[in-house]
Ligand binder design. Structure first.
Ligand code: F6R
Length: 566
């Protein structure tokens, strides 16, 4: 979703703001803008891509500036609604992520006092509030304005006359980068090319960066915090010769899963979980499928609750929250609610220092490295790998062998298949047991990046309604390894086939029955971790279909990498 970037330093301000913002593009956005301090505040902003709006950026800047990518919530993407926003005199420029819940009331009051608004955004109240309080001094004015806001925010502001970038955080991520120059960003990927030294800002904190360093305070008390070193590399966040980040990230999976399993850090949590009567897993989207897989493979009774439905369904118990970004608003709200009722929260997260890791009592990391493609790929299989490992430690058994290379080896064949299915209006994905999860994930990937309608069903459920939708040529992807469900799935394949479905079968090498029943068949070796093994070719199928259709798989329409609104 929206991305914030700020910079104070001796480098080329405009170039740095542009490069920082480029690195935040992956979060998803529809408008871009920057503001810098020179003799006065100058700015460029509009709807469009960072390149459309900000290439050839030449603004008279001295040492400080802010930049923003906006994902529209209040008001359409257009020039006026793009960030930064200003007071009438353009003494203050503000970028903001999140939602100011009391903005209508604040706006009415400000209008009564003569302030004129230009945009439909909630953000615009902030520069006006700062401006009104400037007689208190810059930082005091900023603090006063922030104290009047309700809702969620990460804010970056500049004020004409100084060389500072002010910031504040509540429920929306913000992190500083430090290397003699100072950076402010929604996530570390934005400044990785310059520094790996990061200072994470916590909820309720407010401060500024300037030439002298950084200042953070909470409730009027100075916070002393040392930078931590981020293990990610800038190169990991680059395309590395691949056409898209998504393809690169799919092919990174062998290495990533090794990284995930590289230490025994799951042991402690496994020992603890083994003592529980019940566990509640909460998460969203693809991460919720990882939670569902855990329910299928674990002997521990597990409730899975979609994060956005959490308060309606939660009846107590320890929580395992799963999130790649560690920032998903639905998941954060769910665990804050559980914590308010006294629950212990454990977390499985990819992004180091993210909000979830701050709220959770215990965090284990997937160590999948930065994932830039909006669609979750390597982070999903690394979540699954972590959950299989957790399960093995809980049972006292060996961690099963995980090999995703056979799925990757199908790349060329799946590219060909993508040409055929790209003409489809609708598709089905069927699986049983833990491979219902594989079906869900395969269908979601196709929907979100190829924009083809796809539904996942448990094999046995088709005859209870959806079978009515099967007609001549409808593609049905079937995931059917040789497990205890295989025979019943063969029956389900017959059902769709006899109604004209085009069956795309994924099963075990040498499974002649599956081969004979399928219109096209892809064989994979025997595996104990079929949701991992079989998800990989489904990622590739979705990727190639998106490319055939001319969609950009890295930036699917309407979607964002880090979903920070409920
Ligand atoms: C799908 C996808 C989303 C995320 C969901 C949760 O490819 O990426 O469905 O899985 O938004 O995100 P995290 O895992 O960051 O909480």
């Amino acid at each position: 979703m929206c991305g914030i970037f700020g910079y104070v330093g001796s480098g080329d301000i405009c170039k740095t703001l542009y490069q920082g913002l480029k690195s935040l593009e992956y979060r998803g956005y529809d408008s871009a803008g920057v503001a810098v301090i020179g003799n006065s505040i100058s700015f460029v902003k509009d709807a469009g891509t960072v390149d459309q709006v900000l290439s050839d950026l030449k603004l008279p800047a001295r040492k400080a500036g802010i930049a923003h990518t906006r994902w529209a919530t209040h008001g359409r993407p257009n020039q006026l609604n793009s960030h930064p926003h200003f007071d009438e005199k353009k003494k203050v420029a503000v970028t903001h992520n999140g939602i100011i819940e009391n903005y209508r009331k604040l706006k009415e009051e400000l209008q009564k006092r003569g302030h004129v608004f230009r945009s439909q955004t909630d953000t615009e109240v902030i520069p006006h509030l700062i401006d009104e309080n400037l007689h208190l001094g810059e930082f005091e004015a900023f603090k006063k304005a922030v104290s009047m806001l309700k809702g969620s925010y990460a804010i970056a502001a500049i004020i004409d006359g100084s060389e500072r970038v002010y910031f504040a955080r509540r429920f929306s991520p913000l992190v500083l980068g430090v290397n003699g120059d100072y950076f402010l960003a929604s996530d570390v990927v934005a400044f990785l090319r310059w520094t790996k030294k990061a200072v994470f800002i916590e909820d309720g904190e407010i401060g500024y960066i300037d030439e002298m360093g950084f200042h953070i305070e909470k409730d009027g008390v100075k916070v002393n915090r040392k930078p931590t070193t981020i293990q990610w590399n800038f190169e990991e966040a680059a395309k590395d010769g691949y056409d898209h980040f998504m393809l690169k990230e799919i092919f990174e999976q062998p290495k990533v899963i090794k990284q995930t399993l590289s230490s025994e850090r799951f042991k402690g949590l496994a020992t603890h979980l083994s003592t529980l009567d019940k566990l509640v897993v909460t998460s969203a989207g693809t991460s919720s499928y990882a939670g569902l897989a855990f329910k299928y493979i674990s002997q521990l009774p597990i409730d899975t609750i979609t994060a956005s439905e959490f308060p309606a369904l939660y009846r107590g118990g320890e929580i395992l929250a799963i999130s790649q970004s560690g920032e998903t608003a639905d998941t954060m709200t769910a665990i804050r609610y559980a914590k308010s009722l006294g629950a212990q929260v454990d977390a499985l997260v990819n992004v180091v220092g993210s909000t979830l890791t701050r709220i959770a009592d215990k965090t284990i990391y997937t160590h999948a490295g930065p994932e830039i493609g909006v669609a979750a790929t390597k982070t999903f299989t690394s979540q699954l790998a972590a959950l299989y490992a957790l399960n093995s430690y809980m049972r006292g058994t060996e961690i099963p062998k995980i090999d995703v290379k056979p799925g990757l080896a199908l790349n060329k064949d799946l590219k060909k298949l993508a040409m055929d299915i790209s003409k489809s209006k609708s598709m089905f994905y069927l699986g049983r047991g833990q491979n219902y999860v594989t079906a869900l994930e395969g269908a979601l990937k196709l929907k979100e990046i190829a924009y083809i309608h796809a539904e996942a069903y448990q094999g046995g459920e088709m005859k209870h309604g959806p079978l009515a939708l099967i007609e001549e040529g409808v593609p049905v992807v079937v995931i059917n390894p040789q497990d205890s469900y295989r025979k019943k799935m063969l029956g389900n394949i017959e059902e769709v086939k006899s109604r004209g479905a085009f069956v795309i079968g994924f099963g075990e090498e040498g499974d002649d029955e599956m081969r004979a029943l399928s219109n096209v068949f892809y064989g994979l070796p025997k595996t104990e971790v079929s949701p991992i093994t079989y998800t990989v070719p489904l990622q590739l199928l979705a990727y190639h279909t998106a490319v055939v259709l001319g969609r950009n798989p890295d930036k699917p329409r309407n979607l964002a990498k880090s979903v920070t609104v409920e």
